[in-house]
Design a protein around this ligand. Structure first.
Ligand code: NAD
Length: 439
């Protein structure tokens, strides 16, 4: 039996303010969806916090409450959303441009969407080369800009009356860059901000402003952002939960569903070729090789960890893994992802699997945003700080403690998430051993 913890969770009283850098396709689909659900126009399919149950105790106990009845989560009526963008469009206009949701639905939630006017973003064009932002904070050092963001956060809190805040990055994918000496400690990072060190990305200025303001931070893009010693140190010191990176949707979600099954049956994989066409702004940004590199790294890492070629060289050592994203405007947000998987079984006989996933990126991402917002707020009220590995379920490249490899298998991730909720509420963890039924 596992030791039960007695975690004290503060109640979810008052409004929860959700601050989002990047009011694009994902964010507007999230906001419009929450408003539609609140009005009873649609259902929150894809959201674990809204729909999933959790088994407690033995299979014979018949205790399976809804997750949202088991742990105290903020309700949808308590959410207030605000954010920043580098274009001035309000959330209604941005939703129209994104062309994810149909106009009839958008008309019905037009009022709350129109009310969300983005605040001016912090933007350095060298980090997202395909965009030319016109609604940006100008002048001053990167530290001055962080302070402007902190003013925005304070004003948002005061004007909405939010009791608590969380921030979730839904801005464009920044170019690939690695931690530099400026990221090594909080001291060097703050010096770097004051000197506008070029190695500090816009998303890191937002993350710094959030943490400095006592706001938990989630990263929906593959950017480096909080994955540097300075910001990890800051999150721990300030007792703030953080998580990332890169929402697990589409092709990578399918990969982390399928690969654990192939490995479980000891079937080998010679090659896995993945290609996509998509035509939204995200696709345009990813058409730049430097932004794509950031995405490619997170997409490629998944199979290696799940299949463990170092443990199973005969099955996976020579796996040839390719990931391509092709910008193809006619498709908009309605992406198509193809996978060709060359596998082999008994005596080495080859077989093939083909997947053609006609998915909708933002439809898959929006419920992830909702769940992360609610769980991050829960983590904060439960006094959990630093990297929240139990939220790996939602990410392509889960953040982990330095030196620890991430868990990519979606089923292990789900078990980890649910066991964390059980642990928070002092329930027995479920090991699936099951011997007790046969005593
Ligand atoms: N849609 C998915 O399924 C999915 C999955 C995983 C990750 N993501 C990531 O989520 C992010 C958002 O995706 P999207 O489809 O909504 O893209 P999008 O291009 O529609 O929206 C991104 C928005 O961020 C804004 N932006 C860029 N830099 C900014 C900055 N410094 N400050 C404020 N705003 C800024 C852009 O102007 C744009 O409006 C992307 O990084 C994407 O790679 C999306």
């Amino acid at each position: 039996m596992f030791r039960k913890e007695n975690v004290v969770i503060a109640p979810a009283e008052g409004k929860l303010g959700v601050l989002v850098p990047g009011i694009g396709a994902v964010t507007t689909t999230f906001i419009a969806g929450v408003e539609a659900v609140k009005r009873g126009i649609a259902q929150p399919f894809g959201s674990l916090t809204q729909l999933a149950t959790i088994r407690l105790g033995k299979r014979t106990d018949n205790r399976t409450p809804l997750v949202r009845d088991f742990v105290p989560l903020a309700g949808l009526d308590d959410l207030v959303v605000g954010g920043w963008d580098i274009f001035q469009d309000n959330a209604y206009e941005a939703a129209l441009n994104a062309q994810v949701l149909d106009k009839t639905l958008l008309e019905r939630v037009k009022e709350p969407l129109e009310a969300i006017q983005p605040m001016k973003g912090v933007f350095y064009p060298e980090y997202v080369k395909r965009l030319h932002g016109t609604w940006v904070k100008d002048g001053g050092s990167k530290m001055d800009q962080a302070e402007m963001l902190m003013d925005d956060i304070r004003n948002f809190k005061a004007s909405t009356g939010a009791a608590r805040l969380v921030m979730i990055w839904c801005g464009s994918t920044e170019i690939f860059h690695e931690a530099a000496s400026v990221h090594a400690s909080l001291e060097s990072f703050e010096e770097g901000l004051a000197k506008s060190d070029p190695a500090i990305a816009p998303s890191q200025v937002y993350a710094y402003a959030a943490l400095k303001s006592g706001v938990p931070f989630a990263n929906g893009a593959p950017n480096l952002t909080t994955d540097v010693p300075a910001l990890l140190e800051m999150a721990r010191e300030r007792q703030l939960p953080i998580c990332g990176k890169d929402f697990k949707t589409g092709q990578t979600m399918m990969k982390t569903i399928l690969a654990p099954g192939l490995k479980a049956r000891m079937l080998g994989v010679h090659g896995w070729f993945s290609t996509n066409i998509l035509g939204n702004r995200d696709g345009e940004v990813l058409d730049d090789p430097e932004s794509f590199k950031t995405k490619e790294v997170t997409k490629l890492s998944v199979l290696d960890q799940i299949l463990q070629p170092q443990l199973y060289p005969m099955l996976y050592k020579d796996l040839f893994h390719v990931v391509r994203i092709n910008y193809y405007p006619p498709r908009g947000d309605a992406k198509e992802g193809w996978d060709n998987i060359d596998i082999f079984g008994w005596l080495g006989y080859p077989m093939q699997i083909k997947i053609d996933f006609l998915c909708r990126d933002s439809i898959l991402a929006a419920p992830i945003v909702l769940d992360l917002v609610l769980f991050l707020d829960l983590a904060q009220r439960a006094g959990m700080k630093g990297i929240q590995e139990w939220l790996s379920f939602y990410f392509k490249a889960p953040m982990t403690a330095p030196g620890l490899y991430p868990e990519h298998d979606i089923f292990i991730q789900l078990m980890k998430l649910k066991n964390t909720l059980r642990w928070m509420r002092g329930e027995d963890l479920i090991t699936h051993l099951g011997l007790e039924y046969y005593d």
